[in-house]
Design a protein around this ligand. Structure first.
Ligand code: CP
Ligand code: NVA
Length: 329
């Protein structure tokens, strides 16, 4: 059966839900949809399809990507703040899943527990997409891989270094995605923030199949050598705000600076890019940083020509659109 048909009705709760071929199919479809949108055309691939967006945590990119992608293709996306619906409070997650599944053709969930998105997928009867949980951020990784491929024309064999909180959702899904695509992934984090053994084992199993590799290093200088992609994320994820001071102490030596980018050896030859899922603390123009300044990345790196963070943000639309088109019946 063709991959397009195989994906119909499927959910995406973590990247391991996709075969390596299915993942590449979604990236190819996202490329085609981006090109079509750039040429000024809009389609009807989601005509009269209704998509629920359930959010327990804040979002700019993910929420807007779903809305714009649905509307581009003639569909409709409804934002449901978890504070304003009964989910888990006056009504079980299972009952809510069954109700929304009778009304909507697909659902994106962003929140805390991975278990919640799994329950929605199990009981709704429609495709459910994980728009970020404490554990994974698979739709982000699709946009990350698309952006990397746009810049290098390939994925296989490239070296990607994630530097920062190596256990967080973005780091884990990026690791899974790189491992599935035959890339050489390095997690660079202090020992206490290195990926968990079970997450590492899952990624290494994918890398074994694809010809990629997954390594964990603690020294930023060493990790950077020959890197093609330097990726970081906030030091404190949503829901962990109380850990701010501890993380700032642990992660200060892991800030992405121009010096660190030079350690790749690729700064002069154009064979390195910088990525960040955003939002980023790179200047003093936020409530959090106005006193303390930049955290995970300096403004110099963030604004540099090799920083592709806004292409990456735009690619959230094209990849989420591909996922919805491929999975909604
Ligand atoms: N990268 C990302 O998921 O951004 P939002 O939190 O704005 O959705
Ligand atoms: N790791 C971050 C990603 C935000 C898109 C968080 O969970 O807050």
């Amino acid at each position: 059966m063709r991959i397009r048909n195989v994906l119909k009705g499927r959910s995406l709760l973590r990247l391991q839900d996709l075969s390596d071929e299915e993942l590449l199919y979604l990236l190819d479809l996202a490329d085609r949809l981006k090109e079509r949108k750039r040429s000024g055309k809009r389609g009807c691939l989601l005509h009269r399809r209704h998509i629920a967006m359930i959010f327990e945590k804040a979002s700019t990119r993910t929420r807007c990507a779903v809305s714009v992608a649905a509307s581009d293709e003639g569909g409709h996306a409804e934002y449901l703040s978890a504070n304003e619906i009964h989910l888990g409070k006056k009504e079980s997650v299972v009952d809510t899943a069954k109700v929304l599944g009778r009304m909507f053709d697909g659902m994106l969930f962003r929140g805390y527990k991975q278990e919640t998105v799994e329950l929605l997928a199990k009981h709704s009867g429609v495709p459910v997409w994980n728009g970020l949980t404490d554990e994974y951020h698979p739709t982000q990784a699709l946009a990350d891989l698309m952006t990397i491929r746009e810049n290098f024309g390939r994925l296989k064999g490239l070296k990607v270094v994630f530097i920062g909180d190596g256990r967080n959702n973005v780091a884990t899904s990026l690791m899974d995605g790189c491992a599935k695509c035959g890339m050489n992934f390095v997690s660079c984090a202090p020992r206490e923030l290195a990926p968990s053994e079970d997450k590492l084992a899952a990624a290494r199993e994918s890398a074994r199949r694809s010809g990629g590799s997954v390594a964990v290093l603690h020294d930023p200088q060493e990790a950077m050598r020959d890197a093609n992609v330097v990726y970081t994320d906030v030091w404190v994820s949503m829901g962990e705000e109380k850990k701010m001071n501890e993380r700032r102490r642990q992660l200060a030596p892991y800030q992405v600076t121009m010096d660190l980018i030079r350690q790749t050896g690729n700064a002069e030859n154009g064979r390195v890019i910088f990525l960040h899922c955003l939002p980023a603390f790179h200047d003093r123009h936020t409530d959090v940083t106005k006193e303390i300044g930049a955290m995970e990345v300096t403004d110099e790196v963030f604004q540099a020509p090799f920083s592709k963070v806004f292409d990456e943000a735009e690619n959230r639309v094209h990849t989420i659109k591909a996922l919805m088109v491929a999975t909604i019946r």
